[in-house]
Write a protein that binds this ligand. Sequence first.
Ligand code: NDP
Length: 296
Amino acid sequence: MTESTATRIDGAAFAARLRAEVTRKTALLHEREGIAPGLAVVLVGEDPASEVYVRNKGKMTIEAGMNSWQHRLPDTATQAQLLQVVANLNADPAVDGILVQLPLPDQIDADAVIHAIDPDKDVDGFHVVNAGRLATGLPAMVPCTPLGCLMLLKDHLGDLSGMKAVVIGRSNIVGKPMAQLLLKESCTVTIAHSRTRDLAAECRQADIIIAAVGRPRMVKADWVKPGAVVIDVGINRVRMADGKLKLVGDVDYDAVAAVAGAITPVPGGVGPMTIACLLNNTLEAACRRRGLAVPA
Ligand code: NDP
């Protein structure tokens, strides 16, 4: 096996520090203003992965000193029922953040539900108003996963200005907002996708590669410029030779770590940042809705 030269970017440790900061600021907000931020999570159906995510989000919200509510609907729920739950949460002054866990059952139009959420409570940052605010440089709720990637990049590299970044993936929840954030940092940004010609050549130009595809170990060592920083968003479950399932990213970690300057592992890289950024967004939403600054 080739020797790893890259710095391993420890997203789990960074996320733990960020959660501690959010907890500290939440306590200050409570002490000074008597406000406890609150996050409501809506889960439709019984998807096992979603159950785990929702449970973890609830646990960490409470650990941060915030109020946490869960609203559960059966997988037969209608769109009208779900929209009613969202309307109730929009109207509830104690609720600062609303998160509808995706994916939703087929009978429900996810876009219609996301766009029914009050943009100021849209802590996932998926509402078209927040996407527009981000794209035009206005204060926005920023989607948690790309926000987490940006924090890790800035922690490792400092100023990103002038760097060439390739984002692989153009989804509304990861690829596009990631590209917007990097553009805001004055990177020169290329967004690659399934129709990109010669993806390897595009990647070889990059100082920063963000892989958000959903294809196990797709990014190979000879796609990476020596010293580049590689952020792996992918979460893929692959069956190993012994029959067990293993979590791997979109990057061929061992081989790429021998070429890159720094790389995030899977698990323990971007994943833990997503929940930490959700808590951060909930605190921001609680302050912004009341015209308060987030405590320093
Ligand atoms: P989507 O399926 O919505 O988007 C995948 C993107 O990858 C699309 O834009 C698609 O292109 C592109 N793509 C697919 N195949 C190729 C290819 N061969 N070459 C180049 N591009 C390709 O996924 P998401 O953005 O929602 O998620 C991406 C990954 O990140 C998944 O593994 C997901 O599990 C993970 N994830 C992790 C999170 C975390 O907390 N760590 C949070 C969210 C997602 P096209 O548009 O042309 O189809």
